[in-house]
Design a protein around this ligand. Structure first.
Ligand code: DAH
Length: 342
């Protein structure tokens, strides 16, 4: 076979192989076979030495033309295959943005957490700072500093969980009062939410663990009228602007005078209904003017300063707001119950 024929054969074979290469890997193999450094064209060029001097430039030019044709065919085919691969990928990866999504179910706050947050917000806007105290507490803070005599019934192990004679699970967030007063001087405005414990059996309205929010304000010239004003603002923010409040005399060891605060029933407006048991009023919290004995015991001069304090049960407030009749539901973690508060 003459060199010319040989070049013609290589060109024909190469162009056929290029046309039938189905992937860029296959095509690259074709490129190496014909146009690569050790390919068919290179082999032919190397054998040019055998040609006569007249033939050499003619064959050289022909060989270059063949190479140019093969290279340009390779280039075109590479581009074609690349475009086709992209089309195929786009087709395979089609994304139907109109398909319904899988909704992520985000969690939400527990109704007790929401209630605490709402009460906090009311008092924080009035300058109260939220503080916390320990749940395992010294009787010193839970009882002694709070003017509670050693034989007071609240100290009875029937009602209080004891670790030691002087260490209990706190029975009231009032324990935070002494912890704050010991370390600061007035003006003091604090709110202290948290868990408290009493040895009660679990029933519709009792639980050995429940939550309270304590509040305390101590400054110069604080009066009962201040207590009433602040607590009225609170009641209206939580139970509705039309809510009225009333104070009934009561007794707590750590306040004098002491009172319980009722709010007008936010269901019947005071006429009497099942929620307020026909009373028109609902008891919400205990409060009073901080006892001079408490101030003195905590290192605050009762001649200079006066203050008020209050404490409320979070479960009770949440039960009233959300019309829940079973306290247990707060702790069961049944999603059928909890998801109603989303
Ligand atoms: N600690 C009381 C209780 O658990 C509630 C209370 C009443 C707190 C009067 C106070 C207060 O700060 O002044 O029943």
């Amino acid at each position: 076979m003459s060199m010319k024929e040989e070049l013609g054969r290589i060109q024909k074979e190469a162009l056929e192989a290029i046309a039938s290469a189905a992937t860029d890997v296959e095509l690259d193999a074709v490129r190496i076979r014909y146009s690569g450094k050790k390919g068919a064209l290179t082999a032919i060029l190397k054998s040019m030495g055998k040609l006569s001097p007249e033939e050499r430039p003619v064959m050289g030019q022909l060989a270059n033309e063949v190479r140019a044709k093969i290279d340009s065919a390779l280039e075109t085919r590479f581009a074609e295959l690349k475009a086709r691969a992209l089309d195929r990928r786009l087709a395979a990866e089609t994304l139907d943005v109109t398909m319904p999504g899988k909704a992520v179910q985000p969690g939400h706050r527990h109704p007790l957490t929401t209630t605490i947050a709402d009460v906090r917000r009311v008092f924080e806007t009035m300058g109260f700072e939220t503080v916390e105290g320990p749940e395992v507490e010294l009787t010193h803070y839970n009882f002694d500093l709070l003017n509670t005599s050693p034989n007071h019934p609240a100290r009875d192990p029937q009602d209080t969980f004891y670790f030691e004679d002087d260490i209990v699970l706190r029975t009231q967030t009032s324990s935070v009062q002494g912890r704050v007063m010991e370390t600061r001087q007035p003006p003091i405005r604090i709110i202290a939410p948290g868990r408290v414990y009493r040895s009660d059996d679990l029933d519709a309205t009792h639980s050995p663990l429940f939550h309270q929010i304590e509040g305390m304000l101590i400054d110069r010239d604080v009066r009962m009228s201040d207590l009433k004003g602040y607590l009225e603002v609170f009641a209206q923010a939580i139970f509705g602007q039309e809510t009225r409040v009333r104070f009934r005399p009561h007794h707590f060891p750590f306040t004098e005078p002491s009172a319980e605060m009722d709010v007008s029933c936010f269901v019947c407006g005071g006429k009497g209904c099942p929620l307020c048991k026909g009373e028109g009023w609902i008891e919400i919290l205990g409060c009073g003017m901080v006892h001079t004995n408490v101030l003195s015991a905590c290192g605050i001069d009762p001649e200079k300063y006066t203050g008020f304090a209050f404490g409320m049960g979070v479960e009770r407030i949440a039960m009233l707001r959300y019309k829940i009749d079973e306290m247990r539901q707060f702790y069961d973690n049944d999603l059928r119950f909890l998801s109603q508060f989303n």
